[in-house]
Design a protein around this ligand. Sequence first.
Ligand code: TLP
Length: 343
Amino acid sequence: MPIVDLRSDTVTKPTADMRRAMAEAEVGDDVFGDDPTVNRLQARVATLFGRDAALFVPSGTMGNQVCLAAHTQPGDEVLFEAHAHIFDYEVAAAAVLSGILTHPIVGTRGVFSAEDVRSRIRPVDVHCARTRVVAVENTHNVSGGTIFPLDEIERIAAVCRERDLRFHLDGARIWNAHVATGIPLADYGQYFDSISVCFSKGLGCPVGSMVIGSAALIERARRIRKRFGGGMRQVCILAAAVLYALDHHVDRMATDHDNARYLATELCTLPGVEIDLEATQTNIVYLEVAGTGKTGADVEAELRRRDVLAIALGPTRLRCVTHLEVDRAGCEQAVAAFKEVLA
Ligand code: TLP
């Protein structure tokens, strides 16, 4: 049986056609700014989001952290949802690299409101941190790939403008939100001071992320990227994979969303398994298995023996993520394995 790897959409390997595009890329040194392929990609992605400029960075974590550093001084504060990647999974980078205070807002399926933001902004007072940045994550990973509604983004952006806050999007999976809603990327792009997107997830590229915003932001971001050790040389090889993926791997993500919905609707019928079907809006499915009497780690290990890889994220919580290497037959294999393990 082939291995069905549902641990993350980061696990995909470059396809033969993508490898060909990488091998044929025009090369140059990006720290000198003369890598023609990455320059082409940066211009293309900036345009996609309706913005001036963009900067290739090695990872989504670096993308988020470069943006936070660009917007803040040590002692400033950033507001975000309580299970945001920048809070839970970036190794305290905001504290270590930028010296900023993190202020979580408990949302509903990853979404919070303009009123939530307004009520958290600290007064200008000698005792208080300066609230400086609001960050949203779209789609929201830990909630199950949920979509942040555009009208709420617009309302939060208005509060940010009024209160002189910077607005950041962790758009690691904005491509999924775009495909699921049909909302153009530029409609999202107009509201944010900075956007970080990943190419190594749903788009199926081996490596890479990008920071997008005004020319002034990108100039600052370029210096910070170098400071963080993210200035790379012949990036063209990676950029060529992304140019290929933008042409061939965006619309197909609708298949990943169908497959995730299939997994969620099948797996939620298993006794003791709970799945928030309303949260299954894109390519991520979280299962709560407390009712089966097994731990997440038990289920993960037993699935692995059946060539199905899921990931335990929490004592009784598992995650399955669909992507371009998992087809419907793979999902059926995964459902059969879950049925055996949880029978
Ligand atoms: N997420 C990874 C893990 O780190 C959890 C995954 O497998 O989902 N923002 C969001 C919303 C993310 O989900 C991730 C990665 C990142 C940023 C960071 O991207 P990388 O891994 O490129 O630093």
